[in-house]
Design a protein around this ligand. Structure first.
Ligand code: GRF
Length: 203
């Protein structure tokens, strides 16, 4: 399956997907990494791995005009599944319709709790005992589409935003490649808000 990865920054989830592919635990190929920011650290990771990159800045464009550029670039690279990995933009209905049920995002909370920015800080401030991360399908609303995988992370009394974020991030790196592999294996169906994952075939 040909993946298009959209980033805005560090790119560690992108790197987790790339290294899972390199270890042959994920049967996919990263066709293109696109960033809306030219200084995204993830671009360097892609270049070092020989993965094609493209910077598409958004200044001066409305959401739909920008998303058309994204869709064109993804189509040029024959992308079948789009993975948002720290991509700090909301996508338009135009984009979502261009890849029906084929856009994933990772979010650092157990959605629907704590959508939006600073999810780890929101969890700490709220005082929850358990938070985590979520891989979900993307619709045109913020952090709202059907949920594919979640992983729970306990909040410790000693936690700061940094320590909690680091433990959540380790789980993000585990579940994102796994979610992509479920789709690669064709095991996923969406029924309303529920995502059903068929059992692995016994060997
Ligand atoms: C991650 O915490 C992800 O859940 C959120 O943005 C962050 C991106 O980190 N959507 P990275 O760029 O993948 O390192």
């Amino acid at each position: 399956m040909r993946l298009g990865i959209l980033i805005s920054g560090r790119g560690s989830n992108f790197e987790a997907i790339a290294s899972t592919i390199a270890r042959r635990r994920l049967d996919a190929e990263i066709a293109i990494v696109i960033s809306n920011r030219s200084n995204a650290a993830g671009l360097e990771i892609a270049r070092e791995r020989g993965i094609p990159v493209r910077v598409i800045p958004s200044q001066g464009l409305d959401r739909e005009a920008y998303d058309r550029l994204l869709v064109d670039e993804l189509r040029t690279h024959e992308v079948e599944l789009v993975c948002l990995a720290g991509f700090m933009r909301l996508l338009s209905a135009h984009f979502v319709r261009a890849f029906p049920d084929r856009v994933l995002n990772i979010h650092p909370s157990l959605l629907p709790a704590f959508p939006g920015l600073d999810a780890q800080r929101q969890a700490l401030d709220h005082g929850v005992r358990i938070t985590g991360c979520t891989v979900h399908f993307v619709d045109e609303f913020l952090d709202s589409g059907p949920i594919l995988i979640q992983s729970a992370v306990p909040v410790l009394d000693t936690d700061t935003v940094e320590t909690l974020s680091a433990r959540i991030l380790a789980q993000e790196h585990a579940i994102y490649p796994k979610a992509v592999q479920y789709l690669v294996e064709g095991r996923v169906t969406i029924e309303g808000r529920r995502v059903l994952i068929r059992e692995d075939e016994p060997q």
